[in-house]
Design a protein around this ligand. Structure first.
Ligand SMILES: C[S@@+](CC[C@H](N)C(=O)[O-])C[C@H]1O[C@@H](n2cnc3c(N)ncnc32)[C@H](O)[C@@H]1O
Length: 701
């Protein structure tokens, strides 16, 4: 790639040359009150404080040179907010969202829901909360940049991305907050607040806030005027806004404590970092000052967070040297931009992780169907051109039909889709590339049995360099197979699992006259042998067969990418248009984030705006609003562009003539998968011919 092109590509990640403002350690009145509160609650800061940084906004600053092993912060257990330490502890237990019973059985999402309600309950107590100065120092909903506060138009910018897909997911309890917030509001939070109305009140009461003309800057409220007429409705609305705020705070600022049975210190991870996992002896917590840490990728993190249950203390321990004045970072995990945006409301200028894209099962099925059609049309053309093939193909067609007819008895007896098995294929006159619904169900079941698929909403990953995950390649391979090919695989599988007993003679050489499952009278091979091609004779038909499967996988991957980029998930704007729009928005300006977002208008330390903001008098200016909208649009575009690039790269990966059999048809068992080092050079016929001549390097991934 030419230098000029490389520069254009990365234009959006270059922060403008404008000199960034120096880090500021000056505290706002709310932050000063927070620091005093921490002292009162026994929280000890040793060598760190609240700082402001041009790229990350507010964060944790080293106030002296820090050495590895230094204990930088210690927090007594009773200074953290959990479902148990909150004012709502008893109410939550009564409601089934607290206590031991809950921890044993809880889904991670419900455990977090309990913390959301605990935070909400504390917020509703206003100044009377034991945690009031801590909560007052946390950002408003809008200042978190959480997509929970984005308008419909802003969210539309994320259409097609995994960020929006996860955000809108309505069933997956395993997803981290803020997914399923609407469902939990309806089915958990609202009933809880109806049973415990004392936790549903905005501090000072709705009437007083409205009469005082306080700006409701946290949520779009088109119904505000109407709601004003009806105090009950207004209170529900107010409670819902506070709930969203609490949910965004728990999504972006909470931690998971515990999670293993060791007597040693528990490793505590950011709740979204995944180290502590969810459920099974974990506790969700808001931990003062730990949450001052901004994110860096795992290798760049400078602290370890630990929980010592015996000492009833949580500690932040340095793992690296950090010079005085520099920012101290935590890691939220090896997350791509879509997840960083969905969960925390930011994207990174350069992100070594993720940045790829996810594809759903339906997309895979459509692409595989295209690959089947392409392969079979090509076969027909070949057949038409070469009459000698005709007899052989007639035979193959017969066995193909037989294989379909027989599929009833091959089906998975312990499948939960058994009712599907009543349908037979023969009623349908299947066209080129088509397979019956039953055949498709069989393929999906096969993938499920192999652990490649676990439910119909599963996602398959494509790395940002365009490399499809092994599972994705396995899945498209099975879905795009010719009916006969799949029949052979399925029959071997049934035989292996004992559904077809060799001793009955079903597959014996003598009785296999009907060649029901396409074994051609031979003893069936194992699934792995068929899959990996072990024992495949070097004769033309076997090699052709594998060549056919390779090209089906390649075509399916190309179709998957191109459909997604055009008529599928990104139907409205091309990659080129997105890049142009991003350029028009211009690069992120130093300090933009601090001005537009976190700490936003509360962060103008020296301006009177801070005092006004904290007294509730400050209205964000149109300029503030515009900056924030631009910032969100830029983040959405970054996510879209990175996902589109991954799709484009996958199409190029699959099309590349260098793709070997091992690339396209990776071995079935994970132990067989030979991980090649990223970036290692793969030499193939085309490397010598084209790639090397053109100075290209074919990457292993
Ligand atoms: C745990 S808080 C960190 C402290 C926070 N900056 C504050 O002012 O309170 C997490 C939030 O900080 C912001 N953040 C964290 N890491 C960031 C980064 N590397 N770049 C930009 N914003 C970041 C995100 O808005 C995120 O939701």
């Amino acid at each position: 790639m030419g230098k000029r092109k490389a520069e254009a590509r990365d234009a959006y990640v270059i922060v403008s040359a404008e000199r960034p403002p120096p880090p500021s350690h000056e505290l706002s009145p709310a932050e000063k009150a927070y620091v005093k509160w921490m002292k009162r609650r026994g929280i000890v800061l040793n060598g760190v404080g609240v700082g402001r940084f041009p790229r990350t906004g507010r964060g944790c600053v080293a106030t002296r040179d820090i050495a590895p092993g230094d204990v930088l912060v210690s927090v007594p257990e009773d200074a953290i907010i959990t479902a148990e330490t909150s004012v709502a502890a008893d109410a939550l237990t009564k409601f089934g969202l607290g206590g031991d019973e809950m921890s044993a059985e809880a889904s991670p999402r419900l455990e977090r829901e309990a913390l959301v309600l605990a935070v909400l309950a504390e917020m509703s107590r206003g100044h009377e909360s034991d945690f009031a100065p801590y909560l007052a120092a946390l950002p408003t909903l809008r200042a978190t940049h959480s997509p929970l506060a984005w308008s419909g138009a802003e969210l539309a910018e994320l259409e097609g991305t995994s960020a929006l897909d996860h955000l809108m997911q309505m069933e997956d309890e395993a997803l981290e907050l803020p997914s399923m917030t609407a469902e939990h509001w309806r089915h958990v939070a609202r009933p809880f607040l109806e049973a415990n109305p004392e936790f549903a009140r905005a501090p000072g009461g709705v009437r007083r806030r409205r009469d005082a003309g306080e700006d409701d800057d946290d949520i779009d409220d088109e119904e505000g005027d109407e709601a004003d007429d009806d105090e009950a409705d207004a209170e529900v609305l107010e409670a819902q806004k506070m709930y969203l705020h609490a949910a965004a705070l728990v999504a972006g600022f909470s931690f998971t404590l515990g999670g293993d049975d060791d007597d040693d210190d528990d490793d505590a991870s950011d709740s979204e970092g995944g180290g502590g996992g969810g459920g099974g002896g974990t506790t969700q917590a808001m931990v003062p000052f730990w949450d001052m840490l901004n994110h860096a990728s795992p290798l760049d993190a400078s602290v370890r967070l630990t929980h010592d249950p015996d000492a009833r203390e949580l500690r932040m321990v340095a793992t690296k040297r950090v010079p005085a004045g520099a920012e101290v970072f935590n890691t939220y995990g090896p997350l791509g931009d879509a997840e960083l945006l969905r969960r925390y409301g930011f994207t990174l200028r350069k992100n070594p992780h993720g940045g790829g894209v996810e594809c759903g099962v339906r997309e895979l099925m459509a692409a595989a169907s295209m690959a089947r059609y392409t392969a079979e049309t090509a076969e027909i053309h070949r057949f038409a051109d070469d009459p000698e093939d005709r007899d052989a193909d007639d035979d193959a067609d017969d066995s193909d039909e037989d294989s379909d007819e027989d599929s009833e008895s091959d089906s998975d007896s312990d499948s939960d889709d058994d009712d599907e098995d009543d349908e037979t294929d023969d009623e349908y006159d299947l066209g080129i590339g088509e397979v019956s619904r039953k055949d498709m169900m069989d393929r999906l079941r096969w993938l499920r049995r192999r652990g490649i698929l676990s439910n119909s909403r599963d996602k398959f990953y494509v790395s940002r360099t365009g490399r499809p995950s092994v599972a994705l390649r396995h899945a498209v391979r099975v879905l795009s197979m010719h009916r006969f090919q799949f029949g052979v695989l399925r029959a071997a599988d049934a035989y292996e699992r004992g559904e077809r007993d060799d001793q009955t003679g079903a597959y014996s050489d003598e009785d296999d006259e009907d060649d029901e499952d396409g074994f051609g009278g031979a003893k069936p091979m194992t699934t792995s042998q068929i899959w990996d091609g072990a024992g495949v004779d070097d004769d033309d038909s076997d090699l052709e067969e594998r060549q056919d499967q390779m090209s089906r996988v390649a075509v399916a991957l190309v179709a998957l990418a191109e459909t997604a980029l055009t008529v599928g998930r990104f139907p409205t704007a091309s990659l080129r248009v997105d890049v142009k729009r991003l350029k028009q928005l211009g690069p992120e300006r130093a300090g933009e984030r601090a001005r537009a977002g976190l700490g936003g208008w509360r962060a103008g330390i020296k301006s009177g705006a801070v005092k006004r903001a904290e007294s509730g008098d400050h209205k964000p200016s149109w300029r503030d609003e515009e900056r924030r909208a631009m910032h969100r649009a830029r983040m959405a575009l970054v996510v879209r562009i990175r996902e589109k690039r991954a799709l484009k790269a996958m199409a190029a990966w699959a099309r590349h003539p260098c793709r070997s059999e091992e690339d396209l048809l990776p071995p079935l068992r994970s132990s067989d998968v030979v991980e090649r080092k990223a970036g290692s050079k793969v030499r193939g016929a085309c490397c010598e011919r084209d790639c090397e001549r053109e100075g290209r390097t074919c990457e292993a991934n």
